[in-house]
Write a protein that binds this ligand. Structure first.
Ligand code: CUA
Length: 194
């Protein structure tokens, strides 16, 4: 009897009273809410001031008429030689393929990619190069690069775009510079050996 009354009055050594625990938890709660509010403020502020637009080349295009007229009709896709000797590659991303399936370009030459999507956001990334962009419907993503030596760059879609995402691949093949002019437009868009 005496022991029970003593226990109520003072806790055993090392046991923290409930009131102290509650006070500490409240402090942590306030600290966490403050951190969350701070981070949300950063997200919202940077969203309003910087990012309310596609993060790449801001050039709009109507995704519903790509196949009917304009730069991205099927016959105009793939690698094209410009008068200044550089290459422009035009491509379309759709669920779940890139068109063309292969993009042959010459090594050691400036290459400009112009890409757009007909449906949802896809990602275009060539490993070990500076090529990495989202492909957004309604916008043209443009980026420039150069492939120093011949090689095959396998290109998985780099943005989750639906249940077929993991099967969405294309290849960019950098061929020796002197070999490129002998390729026909069709040959530039087929990766099988010819
Ligand atoms: Cu297209 Cu993922």
């Amino acid at each position: 009897m005496a022991n029970v009354e003593q226990g109520k009055a003072s806790l055993l050594e090392g046991i923290v009273p409930e009131s102290v625990i509650a006070r500490t938890e409240k402090r942590w709660l306030i600290a966490m809410v403050a951190m969350l509010a701070f981070l949300m403020a950063i997200v919202v502020t940077s969203g309003i001031t910087h990012a309310i637009r596609a993060p790449t080349n801001v050039e709009t295009i109507d995704p519903t008429t790509l196949h009917i007229s304009g730069e991205f009709i099927e016959s105009n896709l793939g690698s094209a030689l410009e008068p200044d000797g550089s290459i422009t590659v035009r491509g379309i991303a759709d669920q779940y393929a890139f068109v063309p399936e292969c993009m042959r370009v010459p090594a050691g030459t400036p290459v400009k990619f112009r890409l757009t999507s007909v449906d949802v956001i896809h990602g275009f990334l060539l490993p070990f190069t500076n090529v990495n962009t989202m492909v957004v419907p309604g916008f043209v993503s443009e980026l420039r690069t150069r492939f120093d030596r011949p090689g095959v760059y396998r290109m998985p879609c780099n943005e989750f775009c639906g249940p077929g995402h993991q099967g969405m691949w294309t290849r960019v093949v950098a061929v020796p510079r002197e070999q490129f002019p002998s390729l026909t437009p069709t040959g530039r868009a087929i990766c099988a050996q010819q």
